[in-house]
Write a protein that binds this ligand. Sequence first.
Ligand code: HEM
Length: 617
Amino acid sequence: MFDLNSLPSVFAIPVTVGLLVVSSVYFFQSRESKGKLAPGPKGPPFLGPRLSSKPWKDFEQWGKQYGDIMYINSFGKGLLVLNSHSAAVDLLDRRGSNYSDRQIFIVNEYLTRGLSFGLAKHGDMWRRMRRAAHECLSKTGVTRYHQIQQREALVFTENLLRDSKQWDQEVYRTAASGLLTAVYGLLPRESADDPTIMKLNQFHEILISAVTPGLIEYLPWLQYFPTAVMPWKKKAKKSYYDLSSFFMGLFNDTRKQIDDKENSGFAEFLVREKDQLGLSELESAWLAATVVAGFGSNTEALLWLFLAMIAYPDKQRKCQDELDTVVGQSRMPTFEDKDNLPYLKATVRELLRWRAISPLGNEHVTKEDDWYQGYFIPKGTMCLANIWLMNRNRDIYGPDVDDFNPDRFIDKEGRLKPALIDTKDGHSAYGFGPRICPARHLANDTLFIVIARMLWAAKLSPVIDKQTGKPIIPDLTATIVDGVKSRPLPFDVLVTPRFADAAEMVARTRELSGWSSGTGGAHSGSEARWRSRVPFDEPYLDTLYTSGARREVLASNVDPLPRNGDDHCTNPEPGTIVLDPEVVRAAIHAVPLNAARSPGGKAGPICASGNLTITLA
Ligand code: HEM
């Protein structure tokens, strides 16, 4: 993105290389005096061993010779590779206070000025941002986004059933749209070409270039050359100002629309709690945008999911069998079903184990000298956890680590096995220590509900080759590596409804929830904001469904809702209640959400503010 090679190389490069060789020889000699460095492959002086485009595989190979901990001199910087889960836990988790700094590349400094907290130094600003993120992204905090996630998964399913040619664009749209709603309260985005999404995608790309060292890292003094000979500096500065004003714009919109009522959007939380959180407006604006930029990771995970589903149809079938048994085909799954769907939860785990979307995570830099297993680890060492390899440890996951097999996480009784000791999620895909992905609960929930709703309604299959008549299974190992991330090569998928009225049921669920057709719902195209308190509540609708009344609810416009004079309805016959959707909607408008919930699938009395009480037994 930024051409860092446009440097005055004629005189600069030979002098610089000479200086670097001398200084790195001195540097490494002085380190030797504090202890032995871990073994590792050597390469030409200063440059270090050559890495391929998939360094995690190089590290695997080298590890066979040098062991699980390797020290590499890479372009004059010390790199500690951790190939084993236990070493990563010992250092990055247990000694997290020393192992949680980040390497600030020069280009990152220009592009973000340290304001993107995933790339920020382990200091005061990072702590304040991380604390704020934790408030909304903790295991309990993320439940506030369940309605948004359910709705987005429903829209995604409906769009795919309508047209699956651009399925990967739809994945990208839904990942971005869900986070824009969760963070800024914006209405669902209708297309992947939406300008807000495109701008955020640009930000996502910038974050990737910010962690990819360019030539300037090795000739740092060149940054002080004037912009006339360093045009990239001008571009980077402009990019920083563009992004900052875009993020401030989104953030200010949130602030203007804040009112007294509760709203679960993350940006609104930042506005409300600003005194407690101690974040400036610019910091808050960057924090909110950094969280939305996480949509890239959800997109990549979902792309791998589609590949897994068409390559392993038996596993897809098992998910659907579980959905049919637990949920049935008369209503869509919700988060309330989660505890009863262990195979789906295992599928989320397996997806993130099978294809680590960040195979080496982010680097963790040491703040102080340290010693481990007899080796010296100098201050400033960049540590990389080989997540890809850890997730393929045969001693832990069994001999079939190359296969997508959620069954490995299921015990004999059909329950989800406890997570591997020291992993929070049964795999290492979310990284380690104080820098572990703060959004992992949100990401797990998004993946769960998308998988549940999509596979409930649709079957994913490979497309058929018109000439051979055989299914085209994409190459499972072909990977696009984008800086630090990985995703599959583009491929086609066929999406078909699983049962006759699947598409209609999805559409009806949306209608009953008060959303009109099209992604944007009733307010499509406008910049009106989505509020978590909009008058619908899916668990309530589902409660009606579980009573056995769902077919009637959907099938009839008759309103036989029994009423009596004192504002209470009489008990209808079990399973025979017939409600007009308008009546349901009216009831939902009036019913307090928590009163509408009823555990166990049986509705208790629900009091509306007007003359309506519904009792299903
Ligand atoms: C399947 C989805 C995801 C995976 C596998 C994933 C993985 C990771 C990994 C490996 C790291 C680096 C951890 C380390 O340094 O040890 C990370 C950090 C981070 N992730 Fe995620 N992530 C995912 C989704 C998300 C989402 C949806 C968001 C935002 C909503 C997000 C926000 C972040 C942030 C802000 C950091 C930086 C944390 C810090 O440096 O303190 N991630 N993630």
